[in-house]
Design a protein around this ligand. Structure first.
Ligand code: GTP
Length: 603
């Protein structure tokens, strides 16, 4: 067991791509936590998708031994955090397990929206902040300018700001020394009844649910009886230990230590993130008090996921069960659609989360999926006063029964060079944004605060913002309230039949514009068939837009005159392949892309 005085628990917070994972790699190397054989770029991003997309999705933890300049040995526990706005709840859970945070800022980019959002979270959690400017090796690095931004932001002295290049390994020793000297050692009572915070959990096929814990008081040992406080489940500790690249079993875990706990518990839902695990003692008054937990992750975006092939329904269910074991924020319930058959209504943290889950389902479980237009969750107040949540357009009540509908509003921060303030404001107006404030971060960069309907920002707002500002603006948001809005259901009819999977809930001012764009987009996507196909958009059964796909006899081999049979066969194969990705709606074949295309009508 380590002496708490020698333990430093810290995390790294940064805007996406500012170099958090690369910096973590360098620290692992410098502390010889990994042999060169184990070392591969961004070891903490272990999920295949994370590596491919270069983003960190789940928080991970790792322990390093460090002999400091004072010749003392220190235990550094790094809890890695994700940088994308969808995963901000993962950030807050890492913060709760640490006493200090490295605030990493890219020398060429400066302070960005998620730098601010994460910094506020860290300050709220009372962490010691160590400011770090990364990528000083870049020719475009503006170290002095970024130094000034940081001084203005957190009010530190210039000398306190560390300057590093994670890529080239410059300044890493100074960084490790700063962690040792500035991050306070964990406080806690070694003689008190043991209690620990669960900051993450995962499922292992052999060991069952594994809780990642940060011990606050007392000592945990194997065979001890423990209680998961919120779920009120009791278990015996089967194994515990520390987190190197692998899990290393130990005989005990004491105050301030970060490690893992195996209890034979088979349900990951019992090892709830944010819960307190404590020693169990019979009798009232003998138990420690639980630690303050943190907010449960909330689904913000909902979408139906359907197997393209009906026979894959069971496989999809099993795959979702498996993914949910390790992703407590994924929600799903069975649903059925006349257009798409049986599937699941899923809740996600945001659009990136949704894309990642969909990609993992298709890739890791070999499924072919069709997903419906994503929706946020609305609150419907009926004329009789009854309230109801609505996240599936299919459940939209009869307009005569509705008193009003409320939609989720988020507070968004856009940080942009001031030359783009005009275009950003225009975009914000288009997205029904309500202006809150504008302030300069430095002479040429502005922080604009707007309240937006979540539905207006969650889909393609970020892409639009990037293209309007040539990639310079950054964006972050948090949920603030529900507000009444004029909303209706927009239906899409193909040859007169409404396609439930294409319905969406839209603001009345935008219904016409959306209807027009969607039917035009579908017209391009639905291939010509043997008969004419009418595509209509309707609100409350009133048709507001229409377009037509002309009839055509489609035979791809018609253009291959003459003899080459292999070429003909190839074309027919290709046509067949294309058919597989089609959905038959009534008598019309619709390509799968059509179901997501409605999202991309603006591009
Ligand atoms: P997320 O995990 O997605 O939040 O990103 P991150 O903050 O972990 O960033 P990551 O470490 O993946 O680095 C982003 C990019 O910046 C990668 O292409 C790195 O190679 C590069 N990078 C990181 N540090 C440095 C540096 O010191 N100098 C230079 N030139 N590039 C760097």
């Amino acid at each position: 067991m380590s002496d708490p005085k020698s333990i430093r628990n810290f995390c790294i917070i940064a805007h996406i791509d500012h170099g958090k994972s690369t910096l973590a790699d360098r620290m692992l190397e410098a502390t010889a936590t990994l042999t060169s054989k184990q070392m591969r770029a961004q070891v903490l991003d272990s999920m295949e998708l994370e590596q491919e997309r270069g983003i960190t999705i789940k928080a991970h933890a790792i322990t390093m031994d460090y002999i400091a300049e004072d010749k003392q040995k220190y235990i550094l526990n790094l809890v890695d955090t994700p940088g994308h706005v969808d995963f901000s709840y993962e950030v807050s859970r890492s913060l709760a397990a640490a006493e200090g945070a490295l605030l990493v800022i890219d020398a060429a980019q400066g302070v960005e929206a998620q730098t601010l959002a994460n910094l506020y979270l860290a300050v709220d959690a009372d962490l010691e902040i160590i400011p770090v400017i990364n990528k000083i090796d870049l020719p475009s690095a503006q170290v002095d300018k970024v130094t000034q931004q940081i001084v203005d932001l957190i009010g530190c002295d210039e000398e306190e700001i560390l300057k590093v290049s994670a890529k080239e390994g410059v300044g890493i020793d100074a960084l490790l020394e700063a962690i040792v000297h500035k991050v306070p050692p964990p406080k806690g009572d070694p003689d008190a009844l043991p209690r620990a915070l669960i900051f993450d959990s995962m499922y292992d096929n052999y060991k069952g649910a594994i809780a990642y814990i940060r011990v606050v008081d007392g000592t945990f040992k194997p065979d001890m009886e423990i209680l998961f406080y919120q779920t009120d489940k009791r278990y015996l500790v089967e194994e515990l230990g520390v987190l190197r690249l692998e899990k290393l079993p130990r005989k005990q875990l004491g105050v301030g230590e970060v490690g893992y706990l195996v209890t034979g518990c088979k349900e990951i839902r019992d090892t709830r993130v944010g819960d307190t695990v404590m020693a169990f003692r019979k009798g009232a008054g003998n138990m420690p008090t639980p630690l303050p937990g943190y907010k449960e992750p909330k689904s913000m975006v909902f979408s139906g996921m359907f197997p393209a092939d009906h026979e894959q329904y069971e496989n999809l269910r099993d795959a979702l069960d498996r993914l949910a074991l390790n992703d407590a924020s994924l929600r799903y319930d069975a649903e059925s659609s006349t257009a798409l058959g049986f599937g699941f209504r899923c809740g996600f943290l945001g659009l990136l989360h949704m894309e990642i889950i969909q990609e993992r389902l298709e890739r890791e479980f070999d499924l072919n999926l069709v997903s419906t237009v994503p929706s946020v969750r609305f609150k419907v107040v009926h004329t009789d006063g009854k309230e109801e949540w609505l996240s599936n357009p299919v459940d939209f009540p009869d307009p005569g029964m509705i008193d009003h509908i409320e939609e989720p509003i988020v507070r968004g921060q856009v940080i942009t060079p001031d030359e783009y303030v005009g275009p950003v404001m225009k975009l914000a107006r288009e997205r029904r944004g309500q202006f809150v404030s504008q302030e300069y971060i430095e002479t040429t960069r502005v922080n604009l605060t707007y309240d937006f309907p979540l539905a207006e920002v969650v889909f393609d707002f970020y892409d639009r913002l990037k293209s309007q500002t040539r990639g310079y603006a950054s964006f972050d948001y948090e949920f603030v309230r529900y507000e009444p809005a004029q909303l209706s259901r927009l239906d899409i009819l193909i040859n007169g039949d409404p396609v439930d999977a294409l319905s969406m809930i839209v603001h009345e001012d935008k219904a016409y514009e959306w209807g027009r764009k969607v039917v035009d987009k579908l017209k391009d996507l639905i291939p010509r068939q043997m008969f004419e196909v009418a595509i209509q958009a309707a609100v409350n059964t009133r048709v507001i837009a229409r377009s037509t796909v002309k009839a055509l006899r489609k035979n791809v081999t018609a253009k291959c005159y003459g003899g080459d049979i292999t070429r003909k066969r190839k074309l027919l194969e290709k046509q067949k392949e294309g058919k597989k990705r089609m959905k038959r709606l009534g008598s019309v074949e619709v390509p799968q892309e059509a179901f997501l295309a409605v999202l991309k009508v603006d591009s």
